[in-house]
Design a protein around this ligand. Structure first.
Ligand code: SF4
Length: 241
């Protein structure tokens, strides 16, 4: 997610400090709300629309008229619902946390999550993304891409819940590598391991028997093909010697 956001922000002449926006809990959660059920490109455009019109702070967005927030985030889809969520969220941060989420994200991981998901519009994945980028918690947020890839790679069982997928990945990925792993697994899911028609033939992790389920057949046939070609080449070579 961050790579797309960073890329769009870099090419847009907003003067925004990209890291600052993603590493500040309130701004990160606003980006999170805008990204729900929308691709990163559109949600980032919506965020830029918001930045151009309002100060991205609890006070700034609590004061902003909902109709104007709606207008500002139109490019991101579901703007009616999201404008409502943004207003409610900004008001709740003001009322419950006096406009400052830094003490929340610095709580122990489970407590911080519990507090964040009490806020309107914030689900477990949005809370985890915030903790991954804005706190010292080493956590892997699980989006639909990561969920799918983890199951196909047999890193967890096929019916695993959000928490089970997360625990399985965190067992094998050292804490310092988790943000990178999160970003790379999303990329793998989007670029190769798509929900429909995964590109097993060109997938960089196309390792024999690595993937399970319906894709194993495709994967195995591609591996077998490569093996056959390899054997043929070896035969050719031994004939020529
Ligand atoms: S080989 Fe296929 S099923 Fe396995 S991770 Fe790659 S795209 Fe997904």
């Amino acid at each position: 997610m961050w790579q797309e956001v960073d890329c769009i922000l870099k090419t847009d002449d907003t003067g925004i400090d990209t890291w600052d926006d993603f590493a500040k809990p309130f701004k990160n959660l606003i980006i999170g709300i805008l990204s729900q059920n929308t691709n990163d490109k559109n949600s980032t455009r919506a965020y830029l629309g918001l930045v151009k019109r309002f100060e991205i702070s609890p006070v700034g967005l609590a004061k902003a008229p909902r109709s104007e927030i709606k207008e500002a985030i139109k490019s991101g889809g579901l703007y009616n619902i999201k404008a409502k969520r943004i207003k409610k969220f900004a008001n709740a941060v003001l009322e419950k946390h006096k406009g400052d989420l830094s003490s929340v994200v610095n709580l122990p991981r489970e407590e911080a999550r519990r507090e964040l998901i009490k806020l309107p519009g914030i689900g477990i994945k949005t809370a985890d993304v915030c903790l991954a980028y804005c706190s010292d918690c080493s956590i892997i947020p699980i989006d639909t891409n990561i969920n799918r890839v983890a199951k196909r790679l047999d890193l967890c069982h096929s019916e695993a819940t959000y928490e089970e997928v997360q625990n399985s990945l965190e067992e094998v990925i050292p804490s310092k590598q988790r943000i990178r792993a999160h970003e790379m697994l999303i990329r793998l899911g989007r670029d190769y391991c798509r929900a429909k028609n995964p590109l097993c033939q060109s997938c960089p992790v196309n390792i024999e028997y690595a993937c399970n389920g319906i894709h194993k057949k495709k994967l195995c046939s591609s591996v077998k093909l490569n093996k056959r070609e390899e054997n043929n080449n070896n035969d050719e070579r031994s004939k020529n010697t």
